[in-house]
Design a protein around this ligand. Structure first.
Ligand code: HEC
Length: 218
């Protein structure tokens, strides 16, 4: 056999090998998908490789997505106060607050919503904005962009930015509800009565117009 013939057989072998591996991988994937063999229960964590892949992709996607976002130079006290009221309405039950636990049901989520009192320190304002506006697919983190104006989202960002340094006392005084209230009335938080109460209180911080704009929708 000549040198050329050996080389041809060598490369054909490599090629057939690669095709074989690809076909096998596809067959295994389809078997897993159709049989439902990959455990989707939220009671058990992902394999560490899957978790690593998700969270690495998540961080990099947020970093690149937020590159087009421009944050205001600074946030006013009234923006922070308005954001506080919204945070307690829409985020606290998943993400906790200084001195306030997440709702029981949120502890059963996978991934478990991180405590923003700590996690917010890892992100820039632009990145928090991107996350809140766009949400995180397949995690339970909602996108608030489709239902809220950018200005509304920025108020929340202004507040979340302050969270890591906030004491439970500051947190409590910035919002509408006492700790016991928020615990006992979780189920009512989304009722008309509860949210118009929040609007009234937010108005004390001079954000009534913003709340109205939010309610009017787009
Ligand atoms: C139904 C529960 C839920 C609600 C409500 C919710 N989130 Fe989330 N959020 C999540 C989950 C789950 C993640 C985790 C995503 C992950 O780890 O991949 C997350 C992630 C985040 C992150 C990234 C944190 C990190 O370091 O991974 C930020 C910032 C965030 N949410 C802000 C907010 C804000 C602000 C609100 C309210 C406007 C909000 N979220 C409402 C469930 C929620």
């Amino acid at each position: 056999m000549g040198k050329a013939a050996v080389s041809t057989r060598f490369w054909t072998g490599i090629f057939v090998g690669i095709i074989g591996v690809v076909v096998l991988a596809a067959a295994v994937s389809l078997t897993v998908i159709y049989s439902g063999a990959y455990n989707i229960a939220a009671t058990e964590g992902h394999y560490s490789l899957v978790r690593w892949a998700f969270s690495t992709n998540f961080h990099n996607a947020v970093e690149s997505g937020a590159q087009d976002v421009e944050a205001p130079d600074s946030f006013s006290q009234s923006a922070i106060a308005a954001g506080a009221a919204q945070y307690k309405n829409m985020c606290q039950h998943c993400h906790t607050g200084p001195g306030v636990e997440r709702a029981d049901w949120a502890a059963g989520m996978l991934p478990k919503p991180p405590q923003l009192t700590e996690a917010a320190a890892d992100w820039k304002a632009e990145q928090i904005f991107w996350i809140v506006k766009n949400g995180v697919r397949m995690t339970g983190m909602p996108a608030f962009g489709p239902t809220h104006e950018d200005e509304f989202v920025w108020n929340i960002v202004a507040f979340v930015n302050e969270l890591p340094a906030m004491t439970p006392q500051q947190y409590e005084s910035l919002g509408k509800q006492s700790r016991t209230d928020s615990h006992h009335h979780k189920g009512e938080e989304h009722s008309e009565a509860a949210s118009s109460g929040a609007a009234g209180k937010a108005g004390e911080f001079g954000s009534a117009t913003q709340e109205n704009r939010h309610r009017a929708g787009r």
